[in-house]
Design a protein. Structure first.
Lengths: 439, 481, 94
């Protein structure tokens, strides 16, 4: 029998606000020089201390929710999630899963796959996006637990997907897309190594073709790298299929992943499951936003990775170039500067990505370098003119577009000239000549 | 002495702050062993503070300015041990917090300090403020100065005793279901439970966060108004503190002509001690004589208030007491006393999966009905008047085997907390046996000014507050053993 | 009626270690109180909204101004039973 994944992810992002979510302590857990130095009565959970919400954390959460196509909610109500752990100083975590920042939403991964003919669905729906406080950091050694409260109370955004993910590749792309969006919006470094981004996966399997959700799910916690996720999730898939093929039943449980054996192991079974006893946080009144406020959040969003990617693809770049430029805002900026200086898209991409001696150079310097190189290039009218004439003849539609003032069409024609001359034509000269001939 | 008398002496140099402070410390030394009001006495700090104040007064060029900047200057006071005091042990009356030294001051502590007071120490209370008589303190009960065989009333038991027996001019307290009004009425002092959010809760050890109200006990109503003027007002550290302006309560503190006073019929029903009832009736006669209009009103959901209260309170308690794990501060959870354990157990049950709707949610809905009762009443009347406690101070240990019996004593006080209203308990006479009786005045949200006016006018007419416990204290071993 | 098993389960959730006599006592007390609370069922509350904050117009409160309430590392560790190298230490949990 053929089986398929039913996978849901919870992505936790530490927001890069100046202060912590419920107090005025510095939010800087990774770079703090010593343990327990960014700590006050509130984030240490001292008797009598009270939480006050940081507006920056709400703003950044709402931007993130809007960028994930989630419906930004007009009402947020914080609740207490009660459980005991030494890294949870108050014995409860303040969170808002029932009246969250955003409800629903979707991450569309279709645009990552070149094979558009495939009927595969790569749209991952979201359940909700909510804001909560991070716990302290605990380390275990010699039978003791060492606790550092610098991380306690760092704002944490939790993005919860529906169990729509059907492949390990989609799982990774889903997380990467969230990472890209967070970085584009500058709400989180989203660096897994620094712990700004953490993952939890809920894994189950079903017979391919089934539409019903399985009656169990295995929770994989504390996933701290994509490699880890790939290994753990793939192992789970194999393990669960084997159990089902043996005619046995799978159960709700939490499993950890042992990196040295490459296997997962039971951490907690359903019988020991927590009862979190949620109730509205009496120390924090509800938050309300009118329709204008929530709409504005979407309107004011900057350009998002999906649109950037579409534009890069329109420029005619190959997938590899597109992905590199998408990941790196610095390269993307240089690429755009080269384009506006008249270089073709492929030439620009090649310069900023592939030419090793250009690494670290500003766009201006790259252009200068290119110019000095171009003295050996074709730049006399006599050399260029016949080639340009041929290109114009072959592309009457583009010629018409240029006459209508379409700048993209000029770029297209320059690109053609470049290709014909194996990149030896001087782009500025070419551009000038084309304009002259068509004016 | 009240605040005015003390400050007059300071201004006229009739007495120095050090002398006044010593007088109160002397009372503490001679009485605390019998009454058990103080858990911690900070004599040295108090005297050095008093000395600074004397210097400040000596060096001041304009005493009017000094006293207006520091309206409580030179006044010896004490805090309920639920208030965090920087560098001074804060136990909440519990074993689990024995030895805990807060690294910060509660906002109310800071404001009272900045107003120029001298802090004498920390006062006994029911552990975590869980109690109606004061007998749940892990430090033993504070005893009633009017009869040592009876408790002082809780949970702010030490606060009532300290003010009553002149071991402090005023004392802070917290009121979640009657914890200020009960000891006030049992010890013949004035107790204010302000509107929820009027005084910041920051730094005060929480009992039930949606009900806790921060107030104080004083000898007179004017003192109560003076202290509230200092403690009230918005605090950026408490999201539930109100931004509504704090009025000058002393400006129009006298006169009840035309004041519409409602008497809830449910507060004068069967379970009320006849002596308490007759004290209330006498008070109504006084008010009528002074020109107030008396009307009967109904708060039909009063009988459900205890049930609502004893679901909501333990639920919030179970969560608020989760931070006591003995790791960052305090001792292990085994050191919780019986009442704390009991409330944690009830609350954990009421919030647990499958029971939330039947208990917690149900209670929150009936809470809405209790609030609506009050809202309707305040459409027709200005303030409500009734007994503070349904009974006279009980004997020590009277209800110890049946927690529910103790809980039922909160019947007239806890509805006020469910609705977040302000209430003032003022002395209203004595029983045949000489035990104090208090009445409570209940106002609409933020109507503390109306309560002070009604309370002050009544107090000036009746002057019960002038009576003080007789020495030797009743029930005191004549040999002093 | 609340069973002794229920009481045991709750005590575990609440991280309270109760001995036999405490379990018996609290079973009795809890049963009494829960029975008393039953009277709330006399009231039809289907159409009644719950109240969780007594002052209902209190809304949208954020941090205002900047304050410095951060403690020194010494103050953070001061009340801890066990500490080491700037960390608060407790017995191992895994």
């Amino acid at each position: 029998m053929e089986y398929e994944f039913v996978l849901g992810l919870e992505v936790h992002l530490q927001l890069n606000t100046k202060t912590k979510i419920f107090c005025w302590c510095k939010n800087d857990p990774f770079y703090a020089k010593e343990p327990n130095i960014n700590v006050c009565p509130v984030c240490l959970g001292l008797p009598g201390a009270l939480p006050v919400l940081n507006k920056e954390a709400v703003n950044k959460s709402q931007q993130m929710a809007a960028a994930l196509n989630s419906e930004v909610q007009g009402k947020i109500i914080f609740e207490r999630k009660n459980y005991f752990y030494p890294d949870l100083p108050k014995g409860y975590q303040i969170t808002c899963p029932h009246y969250p920042i955003g409800k629903a939403g979707a991450v569309d991964l279709t645009y990552f796959y070149d094979d558009k003919s495939s009927e595969k669905n790569h749209i991952i729906r979201l359940r909700e996006v909510h804001l909560e406080e991070d716990t302290a950091k605990s380390m275990h050694k010699n039978d003791k637990t060492y606790i550092d409260f610098n991380k306690s109370g760092v704002p944490l955004l939790e993005i919860v997907s529906e169990p729509d993910i059907r492949s390990v590749d989609d799982a990774v792309e889903f997380c990467k897309e969230i990472q890209r969006i967070a970085r584009t919006l500058e709400v989180s470094e989203a660096d897994m190594e620094k712990g700004n981004m953490r993952l939890e996966a809920n894994v189950s399997v079903r017979v391919k073709g089934d539409t019903k959700l399985p009656d169990y799910r295995v929770e994989l916690k504390n996933i701290n790298s994509y490699g880890f996720m790939k290994k753990a999730v793939s192992y789970e898939l194999r393990r669960q299929v084997l159990v089902l093929e043996n005619g046995e039943k799978l159960h709700q449980e939490t499993r950890g992943f042992n990196e040295s054996t490459g296997e997962t192991f039971v951490q907690r079974s359903k019988e020991e499951a927590d009862d979190y006893r949620y109730f509205p946080e009496p120390d924090i009144p509800p938050f309300e936003f009118d329709l204008g406020e929530t709409r504005n959040i979407t309107t004011l969003l900057p350009e998002l990775p999906k649109k950037m990617r579409a534009d890069l693809q329109k420029d005619g770049l190959n997938t590899q170039y597109v992905n590199i430029l998408l990941e790196n805002s610095e390269l993307r900026r240089k690429y755009k500067e080269l384009i506006s200086a008249g270089y073709s898209s492929s030439e620009s991409a090649k310069c900023v990505i592939n030419v090793s001696k250009y690494k670290g150079l500003s766009a201006d310097k790259i252009i200068n370098e290119e110019k000095s190189k171009s003295s050996s290039l074709l730049e006399s009218d006599n050399d260029l003119s016949p080639i340009i004439d041929a290109v114009l003849k072959e592309n009457p539609e583009a010629v018409e577009d240029v006459k209508k003032g379409n700048e993209n069409a000029i770029k297209f024609l320059i690109g053609n000239v470049m290709r014909r001359t194996s990149g030896k034509a001087d782009p500025r000269k070419t551009s000038k000549l084309i304009r002259k001939k068509l004016s | 002495m009240d605040i005015e008398e003390i400050q007059k002496k300071l201004v006229s140099k009739e007495a120095s702050c050090v002398e006044i402070t010593k007088e109160y410390l002397k009372n503490i030394t001679s009485l605390n062993e019998k009454l058990n009001a103080f858990i911690t006495v900070t004599s040295e700090k108090a005297l050095s503070e008093a000395e600074k104040i004397d210097n400040e007064i000596d060096e001041s060029e304009d005493l009017d300015v000094l006293f207006s900047l520091k309206p409580l200057l030179g006044v010896p006071m004490a805090h309920k041990d639920l208030f965090s005091t920087k560098d001074i042990e804060t136990t909440a009356g519990s074993n689990i917090l024995r030895g805990y030294i807060p690294p910060y001051d509660a906002t109310a502590v800071k404001r009272i300090k900045d107003a120029g007071t001298v802090m004498l120490g920390k006062l006994n209370c029911d552990a975590f403020a869980h109690g109606t008589t004061g007998e749940n303190s892990d430090f033993g009960p504070a005893l009633n100065p009017y009869d040592l065989s009876r408790p002082a009333g809780g949970s702010s038991s030490g606060s009532g005793v300290a003010v009553s027996a002149e071991m402090a001019v005023f004392a802070t307290g917290t009121d979640t279901g009657g914890s200020i009004r009960t000891p006030a009425s049992f010890t013949n002092v004035c107790g204010l439970k302000p509107t929820y959010g009027r005084v910041s809760r920051y730094g005060i050890i929480a009992m039930a966060s949606s009900l806790d109200s921060i107030g104080h006990l004083t000898r007179t109503v004017k003192d109560s108004a003076r202290v509230l003027k200092v403690t009230a007002g918005y605090d950026p550290f408490d999201s539930t503190s109100s931004k509504i302006k704090v009025p000058d309560y002393l400006e129009s503190i006298i006169g009840v002509k035309g004041l519409k006073i409602g008497v809830p019929e449910e507060y004068m029903g069967d379970g009320i001690d006849p002596e308490v009832k007759s004290a209330v009736k006498n008070a109504l006669k006084v008010y009528e004589k002074l020109g107030a209009e008396i009307a009967s009103v109904s708060l039909p959901h009063t009988k459900y208030a205890i049930a609502v209260y004893y679901v909501i309170v333990p639920s919030e308690v179970s969560s608020n007491l989760a931070r006591y794990d003995g790791i960052r501060f305090g001792n292990s959870r085994e050191s919780f006393g019986d009442e704390a354990k009991r409330r944690i157990m009830i609350g954990t049950y009421a919030l647990s999966a499958g029971y939330y709707d039947a208990y917690y949610l149900k209670a929150q809905k009936v809470r809405t009905l209790v609030i609506q009762d009050f809202k309707k009443a305040f459409e027709k009347i200005d303030i409500l008047l009734g007994p503070a406690m349904p009974v006279l101070p009980p004997k020590l240990g009277e209800n110890s085997d049946d927690p529910l019996k103790n809980y039922l004593l909160d019947v007239l006080t806890c509805p006020v907390n469910l609705a977040g209203l302000p209430a003032l308990s003022v002395p209203a006479g004595f029983s045949k046996e000489g035990l104090p009786i208090g009445i409570q005045l209940i106002g609409d949200h933020f109507a503390e000014d109306a309560l002070f006016r009604a309370g002050y006018t009544y107090e000036q007419e009746t002057r019960y507050y002038e009576q003080k416990p007789q020495l030797p204290l009743k029930g005191e071993d004549p040999d002093g053993i | 009626m609340i069973s002794k098993d229920d009481v045991l389960k709750i005590s575990r959730l609440a991280r309270l270690e109760l001995n036999e006599s405490e379990l018996d006592k609290f079973q009795r007390h809890l049963a009494g109180i829960l029975q008393y609370v039953e009277q709330l069922n006399e009231i039809d509350t289907d159409e009644i909204p719950p109240t969780s904050h007594a002052i209902s117009d209190l809304k949208s409160r954020y941090q205002e101004g900047s304050t410095d309430s951060t403690l020194s590392q010494k103050e953070v560790l001061e009340n801890a039973k066990e500490k080491s190298d700037g960390y608060i230490v407790t017995k191992g949990v895994l």
